[in-house]
Design a protein around this ligand. Structure first.
Ligand code: SAM
Length: 280
């Protein structure tokens, strides 16, 4: 039998650091569901962010070709080295997941899957980095706060739909694996969690002339929930006639609100704004 999270915490007299989002898993059924939900196989390089005392890492090592774990907390480095260091398929990287060079870790590996019980204080910046910087991940299976997972997974016209839904769904298909309650962790977090898998698409959901412009239109459209698209696009410096043409070209009614638009429709709008703005 593997040593439990509680026994590891006791063995090393580990003191939790709240500011590092340290809530460690103690529920075997969640470990099993994360590993099976991530569909890890013998050809996979798994990158784990925030291994803690290595409870999930140990399960990943049973299935993967190799596991590289990135941990920021210096207190955990000797524990992980002592518990898992003998495993030839394990590598520990003592770094910040917001700064580490993922391309160096990935190298020539073809099948790379990210798995993490993410520290909740940096969930969104980590996801944004992993997607925007175009790394060669096949999928990201992550445990995050329930409300964030619901925003990521939301469809147009529901209240959770927003810039985060579009950022993730532009790059990935999303699949909720399971809900996890606070009792599954020590210490217990105040919120419910969800394990969600993000499968990277072969190509993003919209073909864009200018990705920055697309995301800046998306952000603008959700800044003020009740704003019409017309008002959201006014700040892009076009005349009334040009802006009318943008909507006409995109085939989108200017009275619509951002929360009703699909990613493809935002793409149409961004591409026609680009054309009208940049014509000679
Ligand atoms: N994987 C373990 C588990 O499931 O029990 C621990 C998960 S705990 C929610 C988050 C882990 O991420 C902690 O070990 C914490 O020290 C680590 N961490 C926090 N911020 C980090 C960062 N910026 N980069 C890498 N690891 C970080």
């Amino acid at each position: 039998m593997d040593i439990s999270t509680q026994d590891l915490v006791k063995k090393y007299n580990f003191k939790f650091t709240k500011s590092l989002g340290q809530n460690f898993l103690i529920d075997d059924s969640v470990l099993v569901d994360i590993v099976s939900g991530a569909e890890i196989g013998p050809d996979d390089l798994v990158i784990e962010i925030g291994p803690g005392v290595g409870t999930l890492t140990r399960e990943l090592l049973k299935k993967a070709k190799k596991v590289v774990a990135i941990e920021l907390d210096s207190e955990l480095i000797p524990i992980l080295t002592n518990e898992l260091g003998d495993n030839p398929n394990f590598r520990l990287v003592h770094e910040d997941a917001l700064k580490v060079d993922f391309n160096k870790i990935i190298g020539e590996e073809k099948s790379v899957k990210l798995v993490a019980n993410l520290p909740y204080y940096v969930t969104t910046p980590i996801i944004a980095r992993l997607l925007n910087e175009g790394y060669n991940f096949k999928s990201l299976t992550i445990m995050i706060q329930k409300e964030v997972a619901e925003r990521i997974n939301a469809e147009p016209n529901c209240k959770e739909y927003g810039a985060l839904s579009i950022l993730v769904q532009y790059f990935c298909d999303t699949k909720i694996i399971r809900k996890v309650s606070p009792q599954s962790f020590i210490p217990r977090p105040k919120v419910d969690s969800i394990v969600i898998r993000l499968d990277k698409l072969d190509k993003p959901k919209a073909e864009l002339k200018d990705k920055e412009l697309f995301f800046s239109i998306v952000r603008n459209s959700f800044n003020m929930r009740r704003k019409t698209l017309w008002n959201a696009l006014k700040s892009f410096g076009l005349s009334k006639e040009d802006l009318e043409e943008v909507f006409l070209k995109a085939g989108i009614d200017q009275k619509r609100r951002g929360e009703t638009l699909s990613i493809e429709e935002f793409g149409e709008l961004a591409n026609s704004l680009y054309i009208v703005k940049n014509r000679g």
